[in-house]
Design a protein around this ligand. Sequence first.
Ligand code: PLP
Length: 378
Amino acid sequence: MIPFNIPPYTGEEIKYVKEAIESHKICGDGQFTKRCSQWMEERFSAQKVLLTTSGSTALDMAMLLCDIKPGDEVILPSYTFSSTANSAILAGAKLVFTDIRPDTMNIDETKIEDAITDKTKVIMVVHYAGVACEMDTIMAIARKHGLLVVEDAAQGVMSTYKGKALGTIGDFGCYSFHETKNYSMGEGGAVVINNPAYNEKAEILREKGTDRSRFLRGQIDKYTWVDFGDSFLPSELNAAYLWGQLEQADLINDNRLAAWNRYDEGFKDLKEKGLIETPVVPEGCVHNAHMYFIKLKDLEERTAFISYMKEKGILCVFHYVPLHSAPAGLKFGRFHGEDEYTTKESERLVRLPMYYGISEEETDQVIRAAHAFFEEKA
Ligand SMILES: *Cc1c(COP(=O)(O)O)cnc(C)c1O
């Protein structure tokens, strides 16, 4: 059996978790949290990185920092995980879904401006599969209309756009360290604050509305409840696991990229015959091999493919059902413009097994089974 995902583990994580336990500091914001956020700040040239309890709560923090007023609108793609939309709802916004590009499955930057109204406050972009959205165009639109940009870079840790780390381009960036992501801490995430004007507000929001962070730095002699907040900080046990992963970030990244490239090479012939489509990585984008997907003819062929692969012991999965057609999407939002690609492309896409440590034999087996599917069909 080849699973779809195996949570990443490189070997040292257990040592760091033990260290955290033995240091008698297992709540949040200890040594391991500090090490992880500093590592990301340096590696990604990020102004400020705060660890959170999940990618979802990183998005919640970012959207709460956007200071949304009743009636304000947020533009986002419909082809994304529910968490992107939930964070906008939590902040009190109305959702305006726009279409994606069929090549990258990312928000179509040419369709954003038409969706802007005098209520629009934020553009949320999702870097699908760790491949960047067209950020130069999106940032120019946002600045022209005075809008904030939140990057859902849950899948984009270690990816870049024109040399800049994903998550550091908009006003806020959000990472996920869920066990299905490239780097993990079980459940966890991080919010990247790219404008220092939000640093203090972000720390207060994350620390139950108190100025405890300033207190811990010795900037004030007691801490108090100063604003609305919640608890968004993860435990040191989780941060210790993540530290073991970040220390091996290049090893994990190289390993995934090698598997991704084997798939891409192995599917060239099927692509050239026009039987499938494979991922597109635009010029200027360096991706992190978060995902390898192929696109089949339609929903029917995809269903047959997934069950065929399952019979061969290979677990392949489809991805998002467009949010605008889901019950909550109908309740909280509307789709602006024509759904030219969102539904059609989402029905054709299938994700292949991809995880740190997937072997050459395993990727070869997946490639062979996929070829057999088309041979048997012919
Ligand atoms: C995984 C993911 C999230 C949520 O992250 P969690 O850590 O699971 O809360 C949000 N958005 C996207 C695009 C994701 O892939």
